[in-house]
Design a protein around this ligand. Structure first.
Ligand SMILES: [Fe+2]
Length: 479
């Protein structure tokens, strides 16, 4: 129940109006609220007031009344212009108060929506996985509108359909998608509808450049209340703001994919220059990734490490195939030229303005821990982390690949050689991480490219060898 006294910003105005009507016009005034209860009464002393008229007024969504009584009809009729003037002033003040309250409420709603969007933006900022972004957005909105279930059904990077769900199975999602209440409605705006089984559905389209590209649907369980108009409004507003975000995420993801494919195409072009190093850049990227994962590097950095792996021999593009694939011993001049390939890589990559750790990883893979590497003779951790990782991956692949002048080495022989260079040539922590990666369940996959016919027994033997080598390499075991 609303009382006009709670609703008036300037309560003195009502009292002054009542005083004027009673003292000057000799009326008896009663103000009644929406329930018919008198909230103010005043009567001029010494006057009987047997006749009365009621004048209604509105406040909020309620109606109250000003009941004016007088000793006869003539007095009431003469007083009416004054009564109506007071009433108009009262109504105008009540209207202003209503508008003020509505504006305040809208601002509060807007503020909570902004808070919600900021919270969500913080969570998806920096995420490069499109599906993860959709999932976070869906979970956050489901929480905000207290939905029991929900799903996003939209396009992926290549326009393929992708879906994420919130507390529902794929079958439940498909059933909701084909429910009659959604099929019947115009689906280019946010709507609330009731499914055949009585569950409340809140539907919002996802649009790209004005065209519908997907949908967000939220469901409330059968025994729960239906979605409200304010929840629909919230989802509608969020949908309008989120739609361009979805579009940007999708484009970003597509660009990332195109970028990685371009990098891979470049790597394939480098590898194609030398039939003996075929697939080298891809395997180095794969080994580098295995080491990076073992070291606990985050997903964005792993992505960059993979790119650096693909690009590490980019500079070889400027060296003749005759030198790269020469079956015999290289002359001093030829060897010096090959040693220049990290410098050529640097020259090619510098103008592209890639993140510095990618460029360092690609150009420092021939640097060695004791400073005997090239092209700069960097020592220890002056060599970047990516450079030290790719150095191990590069040498391992070089040794286990066939060359014009020798057969491919076995994995054990290659690892022993790497181990012989521990601390002097290769970073101990990185070498141990590589050994650990080779011992993990992914051994078969990591080595898949070089040992296609690796048997279970081979893996067992290799594991035993790796355990021994790791134990031997641990700082404690060396005394
Ligand atoms: Fe190289």
């Amino acid at each position: 129940m609303a009382s006009i006294r709670d609703f008036l910003f300037d309560i003195a105005f009502l009292d002054q109006s009542i005083a004027y009507l009673t003292e000057t016009l000799h009326l008896a005034i009663t103000v009644i609220d929406s329930e018919g209860i008198a909230v103010a009464t005043r009567q001029a002393e010494g006057y009987d007031t047997p006749v009365s008229r009621a004048y209604p007024f509105h406040f909020s969504s309620d109606i109250g009344a000003l009941v004016c009584a007088a000793s006869n009809q003539d007095i009431l009729t003469q007083a009416e212009p004054h009564i109506l003037y007071c009433l108009a002033s009262l109504n105008s003040q009540l209207l202003r108060e209503t508008e003020l309250r509505e504006t305040t409420e809208e601002m509060l709603q807007l503020s909570s929506q902004l808070n919600f969007l900021c919270k969500m933006a913080k969570k998806i900022l920096g995420l490069d996985d499109l599906k993860k972004c959709y999932q976070i957005i869906l979970d956050e909105i489901s929480l905000a509108v207290k939905a029991d279930q929900g799903f996003v059904h939209t396009k992926g990077r290549w326009d393929e359909t992708i879906s994420v769900t919130h507390r529902m199975t794929t079958e439940e999602m498909e059933s909701a998608l084909t429910s009659n209440c959604l099929q019947r409605q115009a689906t280019d705006s946010t709507i609330i509808c009731t499914r055949e089984d009585g569950a409340s559905l809140l539907y919002s389209p996802i649009k790209e450049k004005g065209t519908q590209s997907g949908q967000m649907v939220f469901l409330r369980a059968l025994n729960q209340r239906a979605f409200s108009a304010s929840e629909k409004k919230l989802v509608g507003i969020i949908g309008d703001i989120i739609s361009p975000t979805f579009e940007t995420l999708r484009l970003y993801d597509t660009l990332q994919d195109l970028y990685m494919n371009t990098v891979k195409a470049l790597a394939a072009a480098i590898d194609a220059k030398d039939e003996y190093t075929h697939g080298h850049s891809f395997r180095v990227a794969k080994y580098a990734l295995a080491i990076g994962e073992e070291l606990g590097i985050n997903s964005q950095q792993l992505n960059d490490l993979e790119i650096a792996g693909y690009m590490h021999d980019l500079g070889k593009i400027g060296i003749s195939e005759l030198i790269l694939g020469k079956p015999g011993k290289l002359t001093n001049e030829e060897f010096c030229l090959i040693q220049q390939h990290p410098v050529f890589t640097d020259k090619i990559l510098q103008p592209i303005k890639l993140p510095i750790h990618i460029v360092e990883g690609a150009t420092q893979h021939h640097e060695r821990m004791d400073g005997t590497g090239y092209p700069c003779g960097l020592i220890g951790t002056d060599i970047s982390l990516f450079g030290r990782i790719i150095a191990v991956a590069d040498v391992f692949d070089a040794l286990t690949s066939q060359r014009p002048y020798r057969e491919a080495w076995s994995v054990e022989e290659a690892l022993k050689t790497l181990y012989d260079g521990i601390d002097q040539l290769f970073d101990r922590e990185i070498l141990l991480a590589f050994l650990s990666a080779l011992r993990s369940d992914q051994t078969k996959e990591v080595l898949g490219d070089i040992h296609l016919s690796f048997t279970h027994e081979d893996i067992q033997n290799l594991n035993q060898f790796l355990v021994e080598l790791t134990n031997f390499s641990m700082p404690a075991s060396r005394g």
